[in-house]
Design a protein around this ligand. Structure first.
Ligand code: PNS
Length: 172
């Protein structure tokens, strides 16, 4: 293991779309590390279906959401394709920060962290506990509610609620 200090971390995800839960994790990562890059995976999507929003749309929504608050000063947003560990090397990030909501997240995250360790033992996997307020928030819940016409403004920043309304005709 290297003794080098980690000062730059990545918060990776598909962000389809970004939620208040993600923003909470990004703000926590920024409190802990001076440099944070939000890495937006091109992703084939879960269950073989592609993301609802294009990579460009997801990057744009995240950038707008981050612009609203000083907690995100110095946070960069970048799309990536391929392996997360390669992307970390490319931008010189020494760790990956992810949020844990519940035990159900743990198994999935442990599997990814183990795999990433195999690929790049020097890159730290760091987990933060999200605010309990957002414990039930996920992008898939947001997509489902929006598709069913529900108001989702309590789960996502205004820019995302607007985009979902355009996409699904959801109430705002
Ligand atoms: O928000 P998500 O969809 O749970 O994020 C998953 C993500 C994008 C972090 C993960 O799928 C990922 O790292 N994808 C890039 C490809 C890769 O490196 N795969 C091997 C590690 S799982």
């Amino acid at each position: 293991m290297s003794n080098e200090h980690v000062s730059h971390v990545v918060v990776p995800g598909t962000f389809d779309p970004i939620t208040y839960g993600h923003l909470d994790v990004i703000a926590r990562a920024r409190r802990l590390f001076p440099k944070v890059t939000v890495a937006v995976a091109a992703s084939l999507g879960k269950n073989g279906t592609g993301p609802v929003f294009s990579l460009d749309e997801r990057v744009e929504m995240i950038s707008s959401a981050l612009a609203d608050s000083p907690s995100f000063e110095g946070v960069e947003v970048r799309p990536f394709t391929g392996l997360l560990m390669n992307f970390c090397h490319e931008i010189g990030a020494g760790g990956v920060v992810k949020g844990l909501r519940a035990m159900t997240d743990f198994e999935y995250e442990l599997q990814q962290a183990d795999l990433n360790y195999r690929l790049s033992p020097g890159t730290e996997s760091i987990f933060v506990m999200g605010s309990p307020e957002f414990g039930y928030v996920s992008s898939s819940i947001v997509r489902e509610l929006a598709a069913l016409g529900s108001d989702v403004s309590f789960l996502v920043p205004p820019v995302v609620a607007e985009r979902l309304a355009e996409r699904f005709g959801a109430a705002r």
